[in-house]
Design a protein. Structure first.
Lengths: 232, 105
């Protein structure tokens, strides 16, 4: 028990610095939800049922733009595709766990929790209670996200629009990409995605610009990877 | 907004997180698939980031008088050198506030 509690606490401590940008992000999300008029229950409901900042923002953005359910759901799927990679990486450490654990840990597996717990798993391969680290980091994210969402709902009418807090959403996503800034291929992929989305924002029908931009960028990424393989 | 839409989106989100942890006994994705999946954040986030920065309220490209572009560039520079998520966000936000409240006034 002592060991489990220690690992759990380590997870909480490790992920805490990453909660500093998550907190304002959650507040902004809550404010936006109220701004769009979906009401406090649905705004919080999204945070509990989906529990993914990027997915929730994309859903709201597309819904308010009048996109169809099919486009909204496939965009949410595209935004979440990175979790498949996270799962594939973590399965190495979590494959021995009971189904119940797999369900709980999947629900709380966010970008931030993955980042710190994957690091811990790599260093503590032999610790049989290592999954408590992900439980700690994941539920810290969860708690912070729900509290900040509620704060955003409450503050909805108070935060002045002039502060331009919605810009923080762009900045948050941008900050999640900083590890890609030094990789030439990733920069190309980012530029392709951004340009296609910007040009396609008005021209691609059904508000499918996020899916089209992502798929185009992934095709470019695949081409870049195959060039690399051929060289070897 | 409908609850059914929220629930479907929740199921999709959960499915992507759960699928590999549930299906894989050990790491079976090949290196090429992993390499391509590692590009997913770079392929999707700019599609979310770019339009609100470059487009104005009516959806046309605004390159002049656009403090968001300058603030984003400043955030990228800080991110490149600091490799720090929080520093990147604050650099962007503070430079944005400087531009809209001081420079453009």
């Amino acid at each position: 028990m002592n060991n489990r509690l220690k690992t759990l606490t380590k997870g909480i401590i490790d992920v805490s610095p990453l909660m500093i940008p998550v907190f304002p992000f959650g507040i902004i999300y809550g404010v936006i939800g109220m701004d769009l008029g979906i009401g406090p229950y649905m705004t919080l409901g999204l945070s509990i049922i989906i529990f993914g900042g990027a997915s929730q923002i994309v859903l709201l953005q597309l819904f308010s733009g009048g996109a169809s359910s099919l486009v909204i759901l496939s965009s949410v799927g595209a935004v979440n595709a990175r979790h498949i990679l996270y799962g594939a990486v973590l399965s190495e450490y979590l494959s021995g766990l009971k189904l119940f654990w797999k369900i709980i840990l999947s629900y709380v597996m966010t970008d931030q929790a993955f980042a710190v717990s994957n690091n811990y798993f790599k260093k503590n391969d032999k610790d049989s209670n290592q999954h408590y680290h992900l439980l700690g980091s994941g539920f810290t994210c969860w708690t912070i996200w729900q509290i900040s969402t509620i704060l955003g709902i409450v503050l909805g009418s108070v935060v002045p629009e002039e502060l331009g807090l919605s810009f923080t959403i762009s900045l948050t996503f941008l900050a999640l990409l900083i590890s890609d800034f030094r990789k030439f291929k990733n920069i190309i992929v980012m530029l392709v995605s951004g340009l296609v989305a910007t040009i396609g924002f008005n021209t691609i029908p059904f508000k499918a610009y996020i899916i089209v931009a992502t798929l185009t960028a992934l095709v470019v990424a695949t081409l870049l990877t195959s060039i690399d393989v051929k060289k070897k | 907004m409908y609850w059914s839409l929220i629930i479907y989106a929740g199921i999709i989100t959960f499915a992507t997180r759960f699928s590999m942890i549930f299906l894989l006994k050990k790491d079976i994705l090949n290196d090429k698939a992993k390499k391509i999946l590692s590009f997913v954040p770079a392929a999707i986030f700019p599609a979310i980031i770019f339009p609100p920065i470059f487009l104005d309220d009516v959806g046309s490209v605004d390159l002049e008088n656009n403090p968001k572009i300058l603030a984003a560039i400043f955030a990228i520079i800080v991110g490149y050198f600091s490799k720090n998520i929080i520093a990147t966000i604050f650099a962007g936000l503070i430079s944005y506030w400087f531009l809209i409240f001081v420079y453009y006034q």
